[in-house]
Design a protein around this ligand. Structure first.
Ligand code: PLP
Length: 431
């Protein structure tokens, strides 16, 4: 009897779709989700006891792999000292210090429990600090499930968006303008039309929620210039890219390409919690001091800065700050991307791939797409066959076309080789 299927049946009886977050349900690829029994290093074992090489890593947080000894020790020690106090602790200060040390754009930081909460709070702060209502987001970028951010493009550029979820009133998204990623003409027009009303432009600088699409340098530069010229805040959603594409996140990457570049606000999550529920948002002192209890923008949380989560995040940040960590991680990730690309070429499969630090993406398309409509041209049934072929061979990638993948420091050269060999076999069957 397939234990994954048995568990899925039990789960579906009580939990909508059998899962506590929709993408886990395998709806995009069909089949039965794997229920994880335990994980260690680069692997997890499912309910049947089958081992998988894990390229999801909890959707990004597990940059050290599962059960890193020093992180585990820090978490156990913190748990012994108490789970939650609802009062401040030294570790919150230490984590804030660690974040600020690595991100020059962040002078102050507020800890929260999820990326959704961090993005929602950053948005409220941007609106509160500017006294404006309108916001810009981009089609294909995901910033969590706050109402104002669950929006798709309206019928024309100058019109505001439509909700992408039932339960979000049209009035709630009437201030959200949804534009095409990497389209400079559209942001110019949007600022020309609405400039004095725009509180912020929120962007995934390397968009991991349409698999892997980089903001072009001219586009990013124009986003910065227009925000500055119109008094809007540039908000970098680095929930996925923060401490993942490099120690300084995507903002350090763009600062290396655009002299003096900095976002105004930064949204963080995933890696900073090392697998525990922890996220954050931060920025310049003058803006962050608008938050309660100092300022008029309200924001709070019972479990914010949780002592066990902060211990996990701190131990993770300490491990990834060691010299050479990102060079080794990037090298391993590149070897995966190159191996997959070569295997696709040998077997005649249209394929394009990209990576930065420990994050990668690939498309069953001959060239890397630059925006959401181009990503949507991917062949979904073919991806489903690739996904299941890999899964059968013990390689676990995201069960959806539009999701980035993650390599951890626990992935060995042998893991990458095994993955590429599995992919080569599956590519041969794709035709
Ligand atoms: N922002 C980005 C870029 C994300 O990738 C995600 C989640 O995947 C979120 C925000 C929301 O984070 P969470 O799932 O922790 O609420």
């Amino acid at each position: 009897m397939d234990q994954n299927e048995t568990l899925f049946q039990r789960a579906r009886a009580l939990i909508p779709g059998g899962v506590n977050s929709p993408v886990r349900a395998f709806r995009a690829v069909g089949g039965t989700p794997r229920f994880v029994q335990r994980a260690e290093g680069a692997y997890f074992w499912d309910a049947n006891g089958k081992r998988h090489i894990d390229y999801i890593g909890s959707w990004g947080p597990m940059i050290l792999g599962h059960g890193h000894p020093r992180v585990l020790e820090a978490v156990l020690q913190a748990a012994r000292d108490g789970f939650s106090f609802g009062a401040p602790t030294e570790r919150e200060v230490e984590l804030a210090e660690a974040i600020v040390r690595h991100l020059p754009a962040v002078e102050m930081v507020r800890l929260v429990s999820s990326g959704t909460e961090a993005a929602m709070s950053a948005l409220r702060l941007a609106r509160g600090a500017t006294g404006r209502s309108k916001i810009i987001k981009f089609e294909g970028c995901y910033h969590g499930h706050a109402d104002a951010l669950l929006v798709k493009a309206g019928s024309g550029l100058a019109t505001f968006g439509h909700p992408t979820s039932a339960g979000v009133p049209a009035e709630v998204v009437q201030h959200t303008l949804v534009l095409e990623y990497n389209n400079i003409a559209q942001i110019e027009e949007a600022f020309a039309t609405h400039g004095r009303d725009i509180a912020c432009l929120m962007i995934e600088p390397i968009a991991g929620n349409m698999n892997f699409v980089r903001a072009s340098v001219p586009f990013m530069q124009r986003c910065r210039e227009l925000c500055t010229a119109h008094g809007a805040l540039l908000v970098f959603d680095e929930v996925m890219t923060g401490f993942r594409v490099g120690l300084g996140g995507a903002q350090a990457h763009y600062a290396g390409l655009i002299p003096g570049f900095k976002p105004d606000l930064t949204v963080l999550g995933k890696v900073i919690g090392g697998g525990m529920p922890l996220a954050a948002f931060g920025g310049p002192r003058a803006i962050m001091e608008q938050l309660a209890p100092l300022g008029p923008v309200y924001q709070a949380g019972t479990l914010s800065g949780n002592p066990v989560a902060t211990a996990c995040g701190l131990a993770t940040l300490e491990a990834i700050s060691q010299p050479g960590f990102y060079e080794a991680l990037a090298q391993r990730t590149r070897s995966l991307v190159e191996g997959l690309s070569n295997a696709a070429r040998e077997t005649g499969v249209a394929f394009s791939a990209d990576c930065e630090g420990g994050m990668f993406g690939f498309f069953l398309l001959p060239a890397l797409p630059q925006n959401y409509p181009a990503v949507m041209k991917s062949d979904a049934p073919k991806f489903g066959r690739l996904f299941h072929g890999l899964l059968d061979r013990g390689v676990y990638i995201a069960p959806a076309l539009y999701e980035a993948g993650f390599v951890s420091s626990a992935h060995s050269a042998a893991d990458i080789e095994e993955t590429v060999a599995a992919a080569r076999e599956v590519f041969r069957t794709l035709g």
